[in-house]
Design a protein around this ligand. Structure first.
Ligand code: X5A
Ligand code: ZN
Length: 648
């Protein structure tokens, strides 16, 4: 029976047996109120749909997820962590879940999180086992939540269990599988801190991670991902970090690292199996990554690894937040696993000078352990470099680029013309209103934490500033404000509401929408486009509104000039849904966003509490005011204090 069935299928199936695992149950992990979040269920749905419509899944063995057994998870995580993740979705945690999540770094939890976490870990075990046994040649596990940031006792960076680390230990511990040496390649744009720590002293596992680092300022924002972190004791030399100094790295940079570090070392290490922490957030168009690896680039990176471990390769999804980019990248990888398209060619662009510098320091650091790294990289090669990125590095943890995705794609030759990022990675529905409103400038007048410029820039560029719990998606148009101006207005500043996700306990700033002569408020005005203003409004008033049409358009602008303020129905639950007109400055309207008059009544009656700001929040306001040059630190502190204590 079995033989007959296999034979009849083999016409459509690939000669190579490739496994693919997808399971809808992993979509049940999502934000509690379905607030928008980059790590959302649509990521794996998008990949799965793409692979189905491209006819890929039909040529693969399709597997469904299995929950990991605790004993396997415990090979990586502590008991208390496993207990927490197992129980977090149970009823008795209903009231505590959000509080627990808010204490963790970049984590949300809901009633589907436990099951998804167990399934993600179990799925990577499942495909890895089948590849190890030879039932499959290679496989891709389309899992979430991702895993590589999760540490022994800590969920972080959208990760609950470290899926790849758990599967790696599983393979090593099942002795009869005959897998004694494993190469983990982590090409997610973030450092795989959890995986690194798991195998820090373990020479059976060669952990290789290439990631944005920017001298410790890119997430997870510490020195763990530095090139000096090479492992310890018997594991010394078996941990290799390639830390980018800047964003915008693309195919040429990654390929140079492959050719001059990873591939030679892989040859010498000679792994029995390769696991790839396959995040696609270094892909062109990713909102968090700010890099520009094309699907063709990913195909090349994978192709070069297929020559090792007799092609026994498992890919496990990690990050990747642009649905079109991750789908196309995953498709390109699947075509490599199926070995049906020949991937050749070269990229036209050169690596950055910084890339060659990083390659050299990594080789220097590790040459005592890997003789293949001993030689100097030929000067002739190093002289082939792209200009240094022009954009200066702020405190930024995100560097999403000003250029358009299409423009970036022009930089590389794409031999596989079908494998390109669709135009609609700029989000399909929203089109014409954006170009219309992108030509209109307004002054966005800020009175809260947005007065501090680095903070405000995250609403434009995306990412999150240190100490901020919430991640900003940024604006679609990432051009910085054209001008900044400070001004005083006759309005009342006050603080209300009990706590926020971003700042914890304490009130946040509001502006009384009506003016009064005895009041003054210091405001920082940013000249941005009306399109950007819409994206800021959206981020300040988190809701499920999809931005297929603008929140505030030209008609609203006319209306607000006439009436003084306008309430935005689409985001009426947001705290800053009232747009207030503050006059003109050099023929450009000044707008701000705050609560509406009915909220003022509720604050006055005590129905909604007035509340002094937290220290962190107040400090951010002071920082903004002082950097803006309007007030001395002392004056700023007392200005905030007065606003926080004077009755409404
Ligand atoms: C798996 C992954 C990113 C976390 C970023 C938090 N995590 N700001 O890509
Ligand atoms: Zn990532």
């Amino acid at each position: 029976m079995e033989a007959v069935e296999t034979a009849s299928r083999s016409t459509s199936r690939s000669l190579r047996r490739v496994g693919i695992l997808y399971d809808e149950r992993m979509c049940r992990h999502h934000t509690p109120d379905d607030e928008p979040h980059p790590e959302n269920p649509n990521r794996i749905r998008a990949i799965w749909n793409k692979l189905q419509s491209a006819g890929i899944s039909q040529r693969c063995e399709v597997l469904s997820a299995k929950e990991a057994e605790d004993k396997y998870i415990l090979s990586v995580h502590g008991k208390s962590h496993v207990d927490l993740i197992r129980n977090i979705s149970s009823q008795q945690y209903n009231s505590r879940r959000n509080r627990i999540a808010s204490k963790l770094n970049s984590i949300y939890l809901n009633e589907g999180s436990s099951e998804a976490a167990y399934l993600a870990a179990g799925s990577v075990i499942e495909v890895a086992k089948r590849v190890a046994k030879g039932e499959l040649d290679s496989a891709f596990a389309i899992v979430r939540p991702p895993g590589h940031h999760a540490e022994h006792d800590e969920a972080m960076g959208f990760c609950l269990f470290n899926n790849v680390a758990i599967a790696t230990n599983f393979l090593l511990n099942e002795k009869e599988l005959g897998i004694n040496k494993i190469l983990i390649v982590d090409w997610d744009v973030h450092h795989g801190n959890g995986t690194q720590k798991t195998f820090w002293k373990d020479p059976r596992v060669l952990f290789f991670s290439v990631h944005r680092h920017e001298f410790g300022s890119f997430y997870p924002s510490n020195d763990d991902g530095d090139y000096t972190m090479i492992g310890e004791g018997p594991g010394a030399g078996y941990n290799i970090n390639v830390p980018w100094e800047n964003g915008r790295c693309g195919d040429a940079d990654y390929l140079a690292v492959w050719d001059h570090i990873l591939i030679p070392v892989a040859k010498q290490f000679n792994p029995d199996m390769i696991l790839i922490s396959a995040g696609f957030d270094a892909a062109v168009g990713d909102p968090l990554g700010g890099c520009c690896v094309t699907p063709y680039g990913y195909a090349m990176l994978l192709r070069k690894l297929m020559d090792f471990a007799r092609g026994k390769i498992v890919l496990a999804l990690e990050g990747g937040y642009n649905l079109a980019s991750i789908s196309n990248s995953a498709l390109a990888c699947m075509e490599v696993l199926l070995d049906e398209k020949i991937v050749t060619g070269s990229t036209e662009a050169y690596p950055f000078e910084s890339t060659w510098r990083v390659i050299q320091v990594v080789r220097q650091e590790l040459k005592a352990f890997w003789s293949v790294l001993a030689d100097e990289v030929p000067t002739k090669l190093i002289s082939q470099k792209a200009p240094i990125p022009v954009k200066k590095i702020l405190i930024s943890s995100c560097d999403s680029e000003a250029e358009d995705v299409e423009e970036l794609l022009q930089e590389v030759i794409r031999p596989l013309s079908t494998l390109r990022v669709d135009e609609d990675c700029r989000e399909s529905a929203s089109v014409s209103w954006r170009s219309d409103l992108s030509n209109i400038d307004i002054w966005y007048a800020t009175f809260g934490s947005n007065m501090w410029k680095p903070r405000f820039l995250f609403y434009i560029e995306g990412g999150q500033v240190d100490g901020m719990q919430k991640l900003c998606s940024g604006s679609m148009d990432k051009r910085p404000p054209k001008e900044i101006l400070w001004k005083i207005f006759p309005h009342r500043l006050f603080f209300g509401r009990e706590s926020t996700r971003t700042w914890g306990l304490g009130g946040v700033a509001f502006l009384h929408p009506e003016s009064k002569n005895e009041d003054i408020v210091h405001m920082c005005l940013y000249r941005i486009t009306l399109e950007q203003f819409n994206d800021v409004l959206h981020q300040e008033n988190i809701s499920s509104y999809d931005m297929s049409s603008p929140l505030f358009d030209l008609t609203s602008l006319d209306c607000v000039k006439e009436k003084g303020s306008i309430n935005l129905e689409a985001v009426k639950k947001g705290w800053y849904h009232n747009v207030v007109y503050l006059g003109m400055e050099r023929d450009i309207p000044i707008l701000t966003m705050t609560c509406d008059l009915s909220d003022i009544e509720n604050f006055k009656s005590g129905k909604v509490p007035l509340h002094a700001p937290s220290e962190d929040y107040a400090n951010t306001l002071v920082k903004g005011l002082v950097e803006g040059g309007q007030l001395s630190e002392e004056e700023a502190v007392s200005y905030i204090k007065e606003a926080a204590t004077k009755p409404l």
